[in-house]
Design a protein around this ligand. Structure first.
Ligand code: 4FV
Length: 221
């Protein structure tokens, strides 16, 4: 999969995407991640990418020209153009699974007060990572890249599975334990040391359902 990011702050992507699984996916070639600086598609001395809003009001708005030029230079008919914005549909594990089947993602990161409305004619999808306002779209783009990369076939080793984790069956994850079997008087549930895998599976499903009922009944529909 190829993921390209269009941002005013390419430097903020150094670090989070250079470690662990994402770094492994990039090294193995399963993920081709390219961070693009929007200012590379400006032609004036000040590399202008924003301007004051028509109709007045606070802040600045991202101009259409640099973004149109960048998208027309980077995208082809295989490209899924995504705008990161608080006005987008909620980014979820299900959306991540959908995106992990694409060949080429182009993520548009917002800045200032947001995008000129005409830029929305370029995008296939608009995603929000949550109902709060960030300083720019860089962190949302990193969240999408990290979540989707895990789901690229071959990225998760066979000892790691995306099958029975949170949201995989629309449920929150069941309680997990590792050694020691007793820690400060807190014991690991006997069932998990019984070796009875059918019973363990039943207990885990029940625990996941109980936790989801308690914390996220909305997920149970
Ligand atoms: C955001 C979000 C978000 C809005 C103004 C960037 C900021 C600035 N993006 N999910 N929540 N974006 O807050 O995706 O342009």
């Amino acid at each position: 999969m190829k993921i390209e990011v269009l941002t005013l702050f390419p430097e903020m992507f150094a670090g989070p995407l250079d470690v662990s699984m994402v770094a492994r996916a990039r090294k193995s070639g399963l993920l081709d991640l390219q961070i693009r600086n929007l200012r590379d598609w400006t032609h004036d001395r000040h590399k202008t990418v924003d301007d004051r809003p028509f109709g007045g009001g606070p802040g600045m708005v991202l101009k259409p020209e640099p973004i149109f030029e960048a998208v027309e230079a980077l995208a082809d008919n295989q490209t899924h153009v995504l705008m990161m914005s608080p006005a987008g549909r909620s980014f979820t594990q299900a959306v991540a699974r959908e995106l992990s089947t694409k060949q080429h993602l182009l993520l548009l990161c917002g800045s200032y007060e947001g995008f000129d409305e005409r830029i929305r004619t370029l995008v296939h999808d608009e995603l929000s990572i949550g109902d709060y306002v960030l300083t720019n779209g860089g962190l949302p783009a990193m969240v999408v890249i990290d979540t989707v990369t895990r789901l690229i076939p071959g990225v998760l080793g066979d000892d790691e599975s995306a099958q029975d984790e949170s949201f995989s069956h629309g449920l929150l994850e069941y309680p997990q334990y590792t050694r020691p079997a007793e820690f400060r008087g807190m014991k690991v549930p006997e069932i998990l040391m019984s070796g009875n895998h059918a019973e363990i599976e039943r207990w885990r499903r029940e625990q996941a359902r109980l936790r989801t009922q308690e914390r996220r009944p909305d997920l149970l529909g």
